[in-house]
Ligand binder design. Structure first.
Ligand code: GRF
Length: 218
């Protein structure tokens, strides 16, 4: 697949960027339908920025503390994405809440990975809350981003067992392994045109269903 045919993707991070690395590595495959052209962080000290730069990806920090409000920060982010010709945004541990206007501007073109089986455990501390709730299955979800937090149409999910001796660390370690498999698989389907948004839900094309049914619900 030539670079010109690939979907131009930006990854937004705030921290270590392990999901970002899994996307960058997957996108190295010649037939992967997306190219990671830019990694942006709201935190200049995010460890993931150095990891992306080492991988040869353009990186940029837009420090949210330098902006008086969310609207002006989101406007700066939006300008950066549009200047880079970004077609699809992947949030990967990006810890800022967007204004509804920014999200609407990227409607149907922004994905997130969340460490729970949505709609359970929206927000933070998902592993602790899964343990407190006593669920037997936990996992992760790739979903489209909508203004309401962690509420957008679900693209893909992976489940893991919750084991009797788990604490938040052991459970999170089991989930992140699946995150690193799920996000690249979901991005491949979306960037490859294998899914459409219809009535607030994700519908896969017949070809994507055949190829991806086993991948998108692990
Ligand atoms: C992941 O658990 C992801 O699901 C959540 O934030 C964490 C980011 O981790 N949204 P990393 O920076 O990708 O390692």
């Amino acid at each position: 697949m030539s670079t010109a045919d690939k979907t131009r993707v930006a990854i937004l991070i705030s921290g270590r960027g392990s999901n970002m690395v899994s996307l960058i590595e997957a996108a190295r495959a010649p037939d992967f339908p997306a190219e990671i052209v830019l990694v942006l962080s709201n935190r200049p000290d995010a460890a993931g920025l150095a990891r992306a730069a080492e991988a040869g990806i353009a990186v940029k920090a837009i420090d949210h503390t330098a902006y008086p409000d969310r609207v002006s920060f989101d406007a700066a982010l939006d300008a950066e994405l549009r200047t880079a010709g970004i077609e699809l945004v992947c949030l990967a541990g990006f810890m800022r809440i967007f204004t509804p206007g920014f999200v609407e501007g990227w409607a149907g073109r922004m994905l997130n990975i969340h460490p729970s089986l949505l709609p359970l455990f929206k927000g933070t501390h998902t592993h602790e809350r899964a343990l407190e709730a006593g669920v037997r299955l936990h996992g992760c979800t790739v979903h489209y981003v909508v203004p309401e937090l962690d509420a957008g149409p679900i693209v893909a999910q992976a489940a893991v067992p919750v084991l009797p001796d788990d604490d938040a660390d052991t459970l999170s370690a089991r989930v992140i392994v699946q995150e690193h498999r799920l996000y690249p698989a979901a991005l491949a389907v979306i960037a490859g045109g294998g899914a459409v948004l219809e009535g607030g839900r994700v519908r896969f094309t017949a070809r994507a269903r055949d190829a991806g049914a086993a991948i998108l619900s692990l």
